[in-house]
Design a protein around this ligand. Sequence first.
Ligand code: SF4
Length: 420
Amino acid sequence: MIAQGNDMFSTIRAKLTAGEPLSLEDGVRLYESPDIHTLGELANIVRERLHGRTAYYNINRHINYSNYCVLRCKFCGFYRALPKETAARNADTIHDDGGYELSLAEVVRRATQAYAGGATEVHIVGGLHPKLPFSYYTDLCARIREACPHLHIKAFTAIEIIHFTRIAKPRLSIAEVLTQLRDAGLGSMPGGGAEIFDDRVHDEAFQNKVGEAEWFEVHRVAHELGIFTNATMLYGHIETPAERIQHLIKLRDHQVESLRSRKAHFNTVIPLSFIPDGSAMAALPGPGGLDDLKTLALSRLMCANIPHIKAFWIMQTPKLAQVSLNWGVDDIDGTVVYYDITKREGEGTTHQELSVDKLKRLIIEADCEPVERDTLYRKIIRDEKTWRIEGEPWSVSYDAAAAHIANNGPVVPLTVANDR
Ligand code: SF4
């Protein structure tokens, strides 16, 4: 058995050294091997070839504009159904059933507060709201762009983009929706909604959500328009190891085409560890730490043509994200601040924040060099008064951003309604 294992690792090492893509069989055998140390070493061959000992973080802020959704994905503990008496529901209020939606003013206030605190990015996603018009989303981008000129707006998953094509009046194509959002200020797109690219898993766990073909179509059009995107994989529920590996191969194949013939491509693969709490699949155990580590390493190995692999510490925990920096990962995301979609195990709050000092400490302890990046992985240079992107002629003054807050009021916590 040991000889077979050694043979397998030698073959894979030779493929990696030659720059050859790994096969589905390679991926499954690596997943099934108990030798996670060699798996990490192999993943680090790719990681260090691309990034040396650099590990990236960013200063960002997540904003989830609403959890009302027309769908009911089984793995999702975030969505709420919008009750029939919607006219009586106020924005910026958490109702008894947990449902909420943010006014544009509140979204802009949160973005501006983040900007004044030095954030370079807002990450904005939400449920598929049954009533908000398409103009809400274009206005959201335009108003943030006006208030925070250099804040990068990374927003809307592929499923939200498809939703917008359907709610726009008249209906719009994917290219028209993306063009209007980009013209309003959208900078790039996150990678959510991919889940697992497999018909069986799709039909069992998120049947009414867009499938693989539409997800890739949105990202293909985005890449043709020059909009960079990310790609996720929600793992650890009902999929098999082979289905996970196949998902990664499909991302890699799409990237080949984007790199060859499109203006933009995938920047980052973000494997998302399934958190069962609050979902219709709460009886499942969810992945353990070894499974997390293997999946992050395999993402690096299978998708060697996608520049970055991110451990999202909200899901994999800060400690495991730190360990993964030596298992193929080069990015541990950012400060986040609020994240409503899932909560860390054992914690009931959506206030989930890591300070810059803590992010840097996690990276340094892993023997890596911390580099603050913007959304597109350009280096951020800071001093006491300003930040700027390396090579750009402009800089952002914290004082100017803070003055904007003074004129527009602080972020107010959501009101808790008593609407029973
Ligand atoms: S995963 Fe997204 S689309 Fe599915 S129910 Fe949750 S919020 Fe809605």
